[in-house]
Ligand binder design. Sequence first.
Ligand code: URA
Length: 212
Amino acid sequence: MENTKLHICDHPLVQHKLSLIRDKNTGSKEFRELVSEVSMLMCYEATRDLPLKSVQIQTPVAIANSSIISGRKLAFVPILRGGLGMVDGAIKLVPAAKIGHIGIFRDKSSGNAAAEYYCKLPFDIDERDVIITDLMLATGVSAVHAVKRVKDSGARSVKFMCLIACTQGANALHEAFPDVDIYCGAMDNELNEDLYIVPGIGDGGDRLFGTK
Ligand code: URA
């Protein structure tokens, strides 16, 4: 994969918090807080290329030549359920962003194909740059489906942000959509027979919502 499309956030805070997230002894409350914190830090990286324009600001002392973000509208689109846990951290950095939702499951009866059960995107998505969130990029099946859906809806650009990717999923997403930047905290090598990332974090949705 072209290096510029895969961004592994090697910031010490992300790596430290990711280790706590991986720990099976981390309970749901702490897990949720850590996911939110890591997502905020990763969102900082994923928005690094937002364009700026020059402005003059009157400070209490003098006029400052300064910068503000110029005219870009963002949307976050979490893939349910896991991606939901990443939204509150990200939205703190970009409070004006809109939030869409897409629900996808892997349909075992049709060879683990992506089956969409819910989709609600901002009505003005054609004016927005979209960051799709999911905890894990495992097989890439859900990610490819979500990116296609968001692109078909007319989004200006799409990025994909996850806590942990694995090689198979990142390659699948990159092959389907070479223009999509992937942001993750770590890249693990393997998927097991249940399609969990190894070593990964286990079932991210269950850990986030305490359902197991
Ligand atoms: N979804 C998860 O929650 N965990 C994985 O390891 C892969 C997909």
